[in-house]
Ligand binder design. Structure first.
Ligand code: ADP
Ligand code: MG
Ligand code: MG
Length: 250
């Protein structure tokens, strides 16, 4: 699904990613971990195509098509979803109405007509039931006065509605409490199919007790310096990152 080869990327002429190789196949869950400042969020943003980040070398393909020159909207239309670390408040626009607009905008970009209102309502009902989202929540103004857990609930609801092929969840700076952690984990687990894939970026090993990844990668200094299975996350929990830094420096 997603193939990244020798990716280098910079912000303001400072090189942050220094040769990333990563392949994510349908049905897989990958966790990306690593110390603060190692480039995890940069990687997520570069995959999503955010303009502040300049890709200076390498290749990113999605379903075998080169997406390097596509803007974030076009990447989203190809099924790439990046969770919003700093969600905007939109007073007067409900969670549901925001979602309806997002879905119909996506359909328009794909050359499709609006989703019939009846189908839209059914989808909203089905997905909110699956994720145990309260009716009242759906009619609230987007992000206005949302708690951390409610923001996560909204994010997972957006992911459920948009049905991305590849979801990238960057949880690093969001200070997840235990409730929010469970909301994210349950959502990811329920939305998991053999046709989609998830990349979870986290420095909370605890999240990976709930979302069991197929692969764990450690990003350090702009490179993936170690990859393994879920046991790698447990090793990191016990031993921290110093042994990895030592391995790299040796
Ligand atoms: P992580 O998510 O692993 O904590 P980041 O990708 O956020 O790491 O940051 C990697 C490096 O890039 C850090 O040194 C950080 O200071 C720098 N950086 C990230 N975003 C910006 C930005 N918008 N402008 C300048 N430097 C940035
Ligand atoms: Mg950080
Ligand atoms: Mg980060």
């Amino acid at each position: 699904m997603l193939k990244i080869k020798n990716l280098h990327a910079s912000i303001d002429d400072k090189e942050i990613l220094r040769g990333i190789n990563l392949e994510v196949k349908a049905g897989e869950v990958h966790a990306i971990m690593g110390p603060n400042g190692s480039g995890k969020s940069t990687l997520a943003n570069v995959i999503a195509g955010r303009e502040e980040y300049e890709m200076t070398e390498g290749e990113i393909t999605m379903d075998s098509a080169d997406i390097t020159d596509l803007d974030p909207e076009e990447r989203a239309h190809r099924g790439i979803f990046l969770s919003f670390q700093y969600p905007v408040e939109i007073p007067g626009v409900s969670v549901t109405n925001f979602m309806k607009t997002a879905i119909n905008e996506t359909r328009k970009a794909q050359g499709k007509d609006d989703m019939p209102a009846k189908d839209m309502l059914k989808m909203i009902r089905d997905k909110s039931e699956m994720l145990e989202i309260d009716r009242k929540f759906l009619s609230r103004s987007l992000n206005e006065g949302f708690s951390g857990g409610e923001k996560k609930r909204n994010e997972i609801f957006q992911m459920a509605m948009l049905e991305p092929k590849l979801a990238i969840l960057d949880e690093t700076d969001s200070g997840l409490d235990i409730d929010a952690l469970r909301i994210v984990a349950n959502g990811v687990n329920k939305l998991r199919t053999k046709d989609n894939a998830t990349v979870v970026i986290t420095h909370y090993q605890r999240l990976l007790d709930y979302i069991v990844p197929d692969y764990v990668h450690v990003l350090y200094n702009g490179r993936i310096v170690k990859s393994g299975g879920k046991e790698l996350a447990h090793q990191l929990e016990e031993r921290g990152y110093d042994w990895i830094k030592e391995e790299v420096e040796a």
